[in-house]
Ligand binder design. Sequence first.
Ligand SMILES: C[S@@+](CC[C@H](N)C(=O)[O-])C[C@H]1O[C@@H](n2cnc3c(N)ncnc32)[C@H](O)[C@@H]1O
Ligand SMILES: Nc1nc2[nH]cc(C(=O)O)c2c(=O)[nH]1
Ligand code: SF4
Ligand SMILES: [Mg+2]
Length: 213
Amino acid sequence: MSRQRTYKIKECFYTLQGEGAQAGRAAVFLRFTGCNLWSGREEDRHEAVCKFCDTDFIGTDGQNGGRYTQVQCGDLVQSLWPGGGRPYVVCTGGEPLLQLDEPLIGELQSRGFEVAVETNGTVPVPESIDWVCVSPKANADLIVTRGDELKLVFPQSEAEAQPEQFTQLDFEHFFLQPKDEADADHTPATVAYCMAHPQWRISLQTHKLMGID
Ligand SMILES: C[S@@+](CC[C@H](N)C(=O)[O-])C[C@H]1O[C@@H](n2cnc3c(N)ncnc32)[C@H](O)[C@@H]1O
Ligand SMILES: Nc1nc2[nH]cc(C(=O)O)c2c(=O)[nH]1
Ligand code: SF4
Ligand SMILES: [Mg+2]
């Protein structure tokens, strides 16, 4: 008996894209389980490559979470779109490119969806994706050097994660996104950097400001 591959989905929900050049646009978010830069367990955070993550991406216990085949995943995403407009799905995680592949992208596109990805840039990007957002991380090999937007969390102390390291790469948009941290407000420093370096725009996490997912 042949077994169909399944995708492990943490959660899937309909909201507005909060960040970057598509901020404000209605989107289905498809959050994949797992990441290559952190286990997702709080007790491992201090030794993770990526230490500032704001997301729970372990397991399949979120809203609409579960293991889905390609067609089931398409059904789920399509069921959350209200109709009208240009259907938009943002694949995120965790690191979505550990699982998202050409067959699933094709499945979503065949249902009329424009397919976006939020990636840390350490995993090759399938050619057919419509919108690529890369968010580089210090101490992680950046292999994705082109795309639609580069969205750097700011500040990061390491030399290799300074904004100047990325300005020659082949992206349409360059964003700095203030690092969301419990006891510090990094917005003023991000504002100052963008004003001093006009190639960069600020990306606020507007969903958090609006109190939506
Ligand atoms: C949770 S990540 C998932 C996708 C992928 N693993 C990545 O890192 O791009 C989604 C976006 O949130 C950003 N992000 C994560 N933690 C953040 C924080 N504490 N403050 C601001 N942005 C954060 C990431 O850099 C990325 O742009
Ligand atoms: N509304 C909303 N916009 C987002 N943009 C990127 C997100 C992510 O976690 O990848 C995110 C998210 O979690 N919610
Ligand atoms: S790479 Fe993305 S999902 Fe992974 S820990 Fe960092 S911000 Fe979170
Ligand atoms: Mg998020």
